[in-house]
Design a protein around this ligand. Structure first.
Ligand code: IMP
Length: 428
């Protein structure tokens, strides 16, 4: 095959700044593909003086002439997608071609209700802290083989049959388990048909579009959502999302053969953040966390929740190198660290008195670990106008070089501010 596929994925708990890294390479790729997750993601892209937050649209949508694919592995909230498309149309920025995979699953209104009910049922202490976008319940229906797919929105009879079956089941759950009112068929059915009409022009075969593009010599970019530590299998289970956010998820979630992916870039924030519950070994004390949050604007793009903040965790980053097969690291938000006197970097965990360097995602392990830090001197200088590696303060260069040495992976991109031009390219 003449073309190639590369991937940009998250190495932490999401919010690493994948949107802007994708945006930085979008001009040299032809097809941008979302392959998992749904409107739980919030990819922020700043372009032409405006800020865009995409929850479902691939970040390549702002580029004229690109093809953007929403792959079969994504769970699609149709209302959200329609609003994002209309938002771009109003601004005259719908300049890319969108292909919405017919075999992607649809987040239905009852999925969102059930997401909230399940969280309530878990109660304080066991709550996942989901985004309540219906992600888990939609993937549950997919795996249980009763899910409604995008293509079903275009067939009134199939839709009626599937929706009747699903509502019968979910209304039992709602009324008998959660003691809530049942949902009405008519309203959801009519709404779903309207979604189908609006989305019909975009529905296609994502896998085929990608295959043809590779055959034609194009470059395809897989855009991960969430991050490795939220991956259903390789993350901090059970405090994870319900899909495979790692690069391998791109094969199943977009319909691509594994050997076609030739470049795997992992996006890592220069420190760490997490939203929602679950273990976070390098979480900072309140004072440092507040400082990082204020400087880094660490509030969820989807839910507005303040993010938990902490220090860079190289044990976790090396895990991301392993399970994704990273060929490069894109380090974002390095500018946020300016002014920190000391920079702790976690190089190992201490688990029941023993030093551990290999990450394990399981909760029973992680709840018992304490980070072992190597402390770096910070730097005062503002880095937000640095255009190349040599113009960074010496301590910042040492910080980056240490990451490269420990992970064995080159840092191919450094983000020094939120704007498109605030970046240092080193081969990405
Ligand atoms: P869900 O994906 O809504 O089911 O949420 C499961 C967990 O993943 C929660 O801890 C969420 O806060 C987290 N999560 C889901 N999507 C994102 C994201 O895009 N960025 C950061 N955290 C996320």
């Amino acid at each position: 095959m003449k073309g190639k596929v590369e991937a940009i994925i998250g190495t932490q708990w999401g919010d690493e700044g994948k949107g802007r890294v994708v945006d930085a390479v979008a001009s040299r790729v032809d097809v941008v593909v979302r392959y998992q997750g749904g409107a739980n993601a919030g990819h922020t892209v700043m372009a032409e003086g405006e800020t865009y937050i995409f929850h479902l649209l691939p970040s390549g949508m702002l580029y004229p002439g690109k093809t953007c694919v929403i792959g079969n592995g994504v769970v699609v909230d149709p209302q959200q997608l329609i609003e994002e498309l209309e938002g771009l149309q109003e601004k005259g920025k719908d300049r890319a071609r969108l292909v919405l995979s017919g075999n992607a699953h649809v987040v239905m209104p009852y999925h969102k209700v059930l997401d909230g009910m399940e969280e309530r049922f878990r109660g304080t202490g066991k709550r996942i802290g989901t985004t309540r976008r219906g992600i888990g319940p939609c993937y549950m229906d997919k795996v249980a083989r009763r899910g409604i797919r995008v293509e079903d929105l275009l067939g009134p009879d199939v839709l009626r049959e599937k929706l009747t079956f699903n509502l019968e089941y979910d209304n039992l759950l709602l009324t008998r388990i959660y003691e809530e009112s049942p949902l009405s068929f008519g309203e959801i059915y009519d709404q779903a048909l309207t979604w189908g009409e609006k989305l019909a022009p975009y529905v296609g075969d994502g896998s085929l579009v990608i295959y043809r593009a590779i055959e034609a010599g194009d470059t395809v970019l897989l855009e991960g959502a969430q991050g490795t530590l939220l991956d259903l299998d390789h993350g901090t289970y059970p405090y994870v999302t319900s899909s495979n956010a790692i690069g391998g998820g791109g094969c199943t979630g977009a319909g691509i053969g594994p050997v076609q992916i030739t470049r795997m870039t992992g996006v890592a924030k220069a420190y760490c953040t997490r939203v929602g519950s679950g273990p976070f070994p390098t979480e900072a004390d309140e004072e440092s966390a507040n400082r990082l949050r204020d400087r880094g604007g660490e509030y969820g793009a989807t839910t507005g929740r303040p993010r938990r903040c902490g220090w860079l965790d190289l044990v976790a980053l090396k895990h991301a190198v392993r399970v994704n097969g990273l060929t490069g690291i894109a380090l974002t938000k390095l500018d946020v660290l300016s002014g920190e006197k000391k920079l702790p970097v976690c190089v190992a965990y201490s688990h029941e008195g023993r030093r551990v360097e290999d990450f394990k995602g399981g909760y029973s392990f992680l709840e018992k670990v304490k980070p072992v830090y190597k402390e770096f001197e910070g730097w005062e200088e503002d880095t937000s106008n640095c255009k190349n590696f040599d113009s960074l303060p010496e301590q910042a260069r040492k910080y980056v070089e240490f990451i490269e040495k420990e992970t064995g992976v080159p840092v191919v991109f450094i983000g020094v501010g939120p704007k498109r031009e605030q970046m240092i390219r080193r081969g990405l």
